[in-house]
Design a protein around this ligand. Structure first.
Ligand SMILES: [Zn+2]
Ligand SMILES: [Zn+2]
Length: 230
């Protein structure tokens, strides 16, 4: 066993981050391109979008361009921008953070950095090679910077993924603690950390929920009879 450099829980051999931390990072990499759209709207309108995607926009009086949004949307520096040693101070633009880590990743993998995809600046590239990232020595610093970035973005857009509780109990620990966060690929148990793919969850749910529903009906009927009798 190894130790996860992010959360210090056990990780599989040869990994420097556990599957749960990998899951969180993958969620952020999926979230950032979606948030960039909202960030751009926050800058151009001088306002913040109504809560959530697809919500009705509220009219605000125009405000000056927001400095915090401008910083986040700022371009990456041209040329090499490697700053994966964590010694640069001050908030970095989204592109600069992702570009620097993508640059580090490309060097590790020994290939040229692919051309930037403007709608998902290197988030897609980093997500595609996350299997390498979770075995790298720099995964903890990458996680810290991404965490900071995502929280700065969310504070501007007032939008964050919601966690939806799932009704079936966890197959590993039996707790009713399974849930799925928007844009994340797995259902996760908050009690024991188990991850299930959507298919795994649906199969599990189909197997356990009908018997549970029958028990629920029996309990309700018994309570009803007890109340009748008293
Ligand atoms: Zn971890
Ligand atoms: Zn569990």
């Amino acid at each position: 066993m190894s130790i996860c450099l992010i959360c210090t829980h056990p990780a599989e051999q040869s990994r420097t981050a556990c599957t749960r931390c990998e899951h969180r990072v993958r969620g952020w990499l999926g979230e950032i391109p979606r948030q960039l759209v909202l960030l751009a709207a926050s800058l151009e309108l001088g306002t913040r979008p109504a809560q959530g995607f697809g919500g009705a926009g509220r009219a605000h009086s125009p405000l000056p361009v927001r400095g915090d949004v401008l910083t986040l949307l700022g371009p990456a520096a041209p040329g090499p921008v490697r700053d994966t040693t964590g010694d640069q101070s001050g908030p970095q633009p989204v592109h600069a953070v992702l570009h620097a880590w993508a640059d580090q990743l490309a060097e590790d993998l020994g290939h040229m950095l692919p051309p930037i995809n403007p709608s998902a600046p290197y988030a897609d590239y980093l997500a595609r090679h996350l299997g390498h990232v979770v075995r790298s020595s720099w995964v903890a610093l990458f996680h810290t910077e991404l965490d900071d970035l995502v929280h700065r973005i969310r504070s501007v857009t007032s939008t964050e993924p919601r966690r939806r509780p799932l009704d079936a109990p966890c197959p590993a620990c039996q707790a009713f603690a399974l849930g799925r966060v928007d844009w994340e690929t797995y259902a996760a148990c908050e009690a024991c950390g188990l991850l299930l793919t959507p298919d795994e969850y649906e199969t599990h749910r189909a197997a356990v929920m009908p018997p549970l529903a029958r028990i629920g009906v029996l309990i309700a009927a018994t309570q009803h009879l007890t109340q009748e009798a008293s």
